[in-house]
Every structure is written in structure tokens, then in C-alpha cells.
Design a protein around this ligand. Structure first.
Ligand SMILES: C[S@@+](CC[C@H](N)C(=O)[O-])C[C@H]1O[C@@H](n2cnc3c(N)ncnc32)[C@H](O)[C@@H]1O
Length: 473
């Protein structure tokens, strides 16, 4: 963590709570209601700071783990409460696996992770700290609201600290680039005339970036809100408040261990997969399945240059297969797509298809798009007439094919060219709300929106880099 004076300089840490008051209906209300909703018994608070929210949740009866890399902040937290809280000096890597039901990052902590790598590392540690089905919730300022435009030397406010007296504060923005705001918080102490500064960088991630980064760490976004009153996210709503679930963390971990690679069709793993493929077809069709009636794909035909076979393995065990048969001037065929029952739901079918698609391209096939299907054609741009005349089963549905009892016998036995369906090739994503309104997007008419700071009249505006303006730090 870059050293940020606001969290490390004892003179600034001492006034932190005065300068960063929370409104009960913002973060404190939201996170305590959420804890009740998700039925969490234990909660991790990453970047807990002075423990304002940590101690409030502990007071409500939850078991808390408060983690923060700034010892001076944590000292205040420790003095604030000790019952039902374990305080940890450090970052997310110190969390371990406490099996918590909820993890939170309050006060825009998420924005202090400037690099993708540090953000990913924190999310991965949080995923490991949660029990299966546990939730992660945090807020990040919506770049579409362009809040930094309210931060300036002229937007000052002040507060009276019981010890330090009156402190005036404002924030200067130096640079806005690639979603990172470089700014400096200023603190002018009326009693001593001292002025302290706290230079900071803050990362403003779009809704799309947050969703993607969460998915990369094994989380699925469950809900999103645009503000503390739980309104939906809009292009310029102030917050991106995210609740994500770890439901498929285990699944993703397992999926990450799967290897998909070409293999000789005579290899025992290849033979095993093909025999399982036929057994399953036989089991699933009312009248059984006779391989002799299907389009052949013997071992020679699945060996280069005639074809190719890939096998997926998990911890050395074969769990799926897929093959290609090349035809001169004819579309290539996908064959022997099979995923073991125990491995379904890992996205393996998609992965095998992607692998086959890459191999097909490497060996001279090229994609052919029609309105409804995408076919692989080797040295030919023509659509295979068989594919349209016969049941155009999608390759993705091949594993499902084995479960379809309602198809005709011809359909069931036809292993014609399968049009590759969507997931095999990344689609162009539609812009999200936040992406559509990110910095170049619409702006609010006036910088006076800074008067939304809720603590008293307009003069108590504190736009800062760590700031509790508009509902918290
Ligand atoms: C704005 S404060 C919020 C404190 C507290 N969550 C609250 O709501 O009052 C941000 C906190 O994030 C902590 N922080 C900064 N970088 C961090 C990191 N890499 N990992 C964990 N915490 C971090 C800081 O030390 C600071 O206490």
C-alpha cells in the first residue's frame, strides 16, 4: 500500500473521525442491514480504518475481523472496541480462511487498490476468507458521476475536533487519467496555523470493470445499487455499491485446474472418453445408440492431418473430449464432444470448443458466419448443405443431445457438422450503463452538486481522497 498521510500521520489520524463522519443511513445502515439479510455470523472488514463500522457491527452481535495496513488507524480501532473483534495489522493476504459469511470494504476502500494486480490479489484473498455462498459487499464511486470535478480549493469545509479545534479541509485534483485520480487532501488547523497535506491516488472503476474483476476472482455480482437508498445504478448515480457471491468459487477453482490438450486417439485417455461418450448415448436414448449407424470417426481420422482429438484432464484423470475431422473444401466436423457428468457445470464444453476452434484455425479452417450459425470451413466459404438440411444441432448441445429423448432417430444418430454456437468465440459486449457514461459521458449541469454533502449546510463540504463526502470516506 502506498503510504497515505491521512492514514499514517498521527496528526491526521487523530482528526480522521471528525473529518469523516458517517450518516447513519449511508454505510452504517446499509452494511448492518445487509449483514442481517445474508445471515452472516462472522464478517471480515477489509480496510477497517478506525473501526467505526467494524465496532458498530460487533455491537450488533456479529463476530468481526478488522484488517488494516495502517497501524495508526488500527490503534484507534482497537481503543474503540475489543469485544467480538479480531484486529489484524496488514492487508488481505493476512486473512487466511476464517469461513466468514460476509466481507465488506467500506469508505471506498476499493478505490485505494490502484493496480489491477493489487485489486485482484485482494479479491482472491477475500474469496478465500469467505465460506461457500458468502458475500462480498463494497462501494466504489461511479466514474459516471465525475465526482472529482467537485473537488477543488474553492470547495472547502471545516469541522471542530474536540482536541485539535477547527480544521478546514479541501482537495485539489492534479490529474485524471485512465480512471485514476491523483489528488491532494489539505488540512488547515486554525489553532496552530499548520497545514498538512495528504497526496493520494484513487481508482475509479466502471461497473463493467468491477463486474469483470469480481468474476476473475470467482465472484458473481448478485446486486448493485446506485446509492445508499438502494436505487438502481444509473449512468450518473453517485455510487457503485456491489454485493457479490462466492457461490462458484470452488467450481472456478476446480475449472482452473482442468487441462485441455491434443492427444493421440489411441491413448488410453482418448479411448476412455470415446467409450464413455458412446455409453452415455446408449444409456440416454430410448432405443439405445448404435455407433455403426453414425458418421464414423475412427482413430486414423482423428489423427493429424486428417483430424485431431483433445482430451480434458483434471488431476490427471480424463473428464472430457472433443475432436475435429477435416475435409478438403468441406466444413470441418466436430466429433466426440463429451464431458463427464461429474465435471458438468465447469464451463468445460465451452473450453473444449474454444480449443477445437483454435486448432481448426491453425490447421487451415476458417470461421464462417451466417445469420444463425457459425460453421468451420476448411479452404471453403460455403455452408455445408448437410448442416442446414439436417438437424443443426449446436456443438454445445451435443452433450445435451445425449439427454434429448424427443429427437427423431435420424436426428439422434446424426453427427453432422455442428455449427459452433456463440460461446466459442467472444461476442462484442454491449456497453454497460456505467461504461456508457464514463468520463466522456453526460455530466451533471453544475459543479454545485457538491452541496449534496449531508452533514450540515453547504459549507461542510469535504471532497477528499479518502473522504466521507456524500456518504462516507
Ligand atoms: C477511507 S478509509 C476507510 C476506513 C473504514 N473502512 C471506514 O469506513 O471508516 C480507507 C482505509 O483503507 C485502508 N487501506 C488502504 N489500502 C489498503 C489495502 N491495500 N488493503 C487494506 N486496506 C487498505 C487504509 O489504511 C484506510 O484505513
Amino acid at each position: 500500500m502506498a503510504t497515505i498521510a491521512e492514514f499514517t500521520d498521527p496528526r491526521l489520524v487523530a482528526i480522521y473521525d471528525t473529518m469523516n463522519p458517517y450518516s447513519a443511513d449511508a454505510q452504517p445502515g446499509f452494511y448492518s442491514q445487509l449483514a442481517a439479510e445474508v445471515g452472516a455470523a462472522s464478517i471480515v472488514d477489509l480496510g477497517c480504518g478506525t473501526g467505526l463500522i467494524t465496532c458498530e457491527l460487533a455491537r450488533q452481535g456479529y463476530q468481526l475481523i478488522g484488517v488494516d495496513p495502517a497501524p495508526a488507524m488500527l490503534d484507534i480501532a482497537r481503543r474503540r472496541c475489543s469485544d467480538r473483534v479480531r484486529w489484524i495489522d496488514g492487508d488481505a493476504s493476512r486473512l487466511g480462511t476464517p469461513n466468514a459469511g460476509l466481507a465488506i470494504m467500506t469508505g471506498h476502500v476499493a478505490q485505494f487498490f490502484i493496480t489491477d494486480a493489487s485489486w485482484h490479489a485482494a479479491l482472491t484473498s477475500l474469496a478465500a476468507a469467505l465460506r461457500p455462498g458468502g458475500r462480498l459487499a463494497f462501494e466504489s464511486r461511479n466514474p459516471g458521476a465525475r465526482e472529482w470535478e467537485d473537488w477543488s480549493r474553492d470547495a472547502r469545509w471545516s469541522a471542530d475536533d474536540p482536541n485539535a479545534g477547527r480544521v478546514e479541509t479541501w482537495t485539489e485534483v492534479h490529474d485524471v487519467r485512465d480512471g485514476i485520480i491523483t489528488c491532494t487532501g489539505h488540512y488547515a488547523f486554525a489553532a496552530t496555523g499548520a497545514e498538512l497535506v495528504s497526496p493520494t491516488k484513487l481508482r475509479f472503476r466502471t461497473e463493467r470493470e468491477l463486474t469483470q474483476s469480481l468474476a476473475d476472482a470467482g465472484f458473481a455480482v448478485e446486486r448493485e445499487y446506485g446509492d445508499w437508498d438502494r436505487r438502481p445504478v444509473g449512468p450518473t448515480t453517485r455510487e457503485l455499491i456491489v454485493v457479490a457471491a462466492t457461490a462458484d468459487v470452488e467450481r472456478r477453482r476446480t475449472a482452473a485446474m482442468v487441462e485441455v490438450a491434443p492427444i493421440d486417439p489411441a491413448h488410453p485417455h482418448a479411448r476412455y472418453c470415446i467409450s464413455e461418450y458412446f455409453s452415455e448415448l446408449d444409456r440416454r436414448f430410448d432405443t439405445g445408440f448404435d455407433p455403426a449407424r453414425s458418421i464414423p470417426a475412427n482413430e486414423e481420422e482423428l489423427r493429424l492431418p486428417a483430424g485431431l482429438l483433445v482430451v480434458a484432464t483434471l488431476r490427471g484423470e480424463p473428464i472430457g473430449s472433443g475432436a475435429l475431422k477435416f475435409h478438403d473444401n468441406e466444413p470441418a466436423e466436430i466429433k466426440r464432444m463429451w464431458v463427464a457428468e461429474s465435471a458438468r457445470g465447469l464451463g468445460l464444453g465451452r473450453r473444449i470448443l474454444r480449443e477445437l476452434e483454435e486448432h481448426a484455425a491453425k490447421h487451415g479452417a476458417r470461421p464462417f458466419d451466417s445469420k444463425r450459425t457459425r460453421l468451420w470451413s476448411k479452404r471453403s466459404a460455403s455452408i455445408d448443405p448437410r448442416a442446414t438440411a439436417r438437424s443443426p444441432l449446436s456443438t454445445m448441445s451435443l452433450t445435451r443431445t445425449t439427454g434429448s429423448k424427443s429427437r427423431s432417430a435420424t436426428e439422434r444418430q446424426s453427427e453432422v457438422m455442428r455449427p459452433l454456437s456463440g460461446p466459442a468465440r467472444p461476442a462484442v459486449a454491449a456497453p454497460t450503463r456505467a461504461a456508457a457514461s464514463s468520463p466522456s459521458g453526460p455530466r451533471r449541469p453544475s459543479a454545485r452538486r457538491s452541496c449534496r454533502f449531508r452533514f450540515g449546510p453547504r459549507r461542510t463540504h469535504r471532497p477528499a481522497c479518502a473522504f466521507r463526502l456524500a456518504g462516507g470516506p
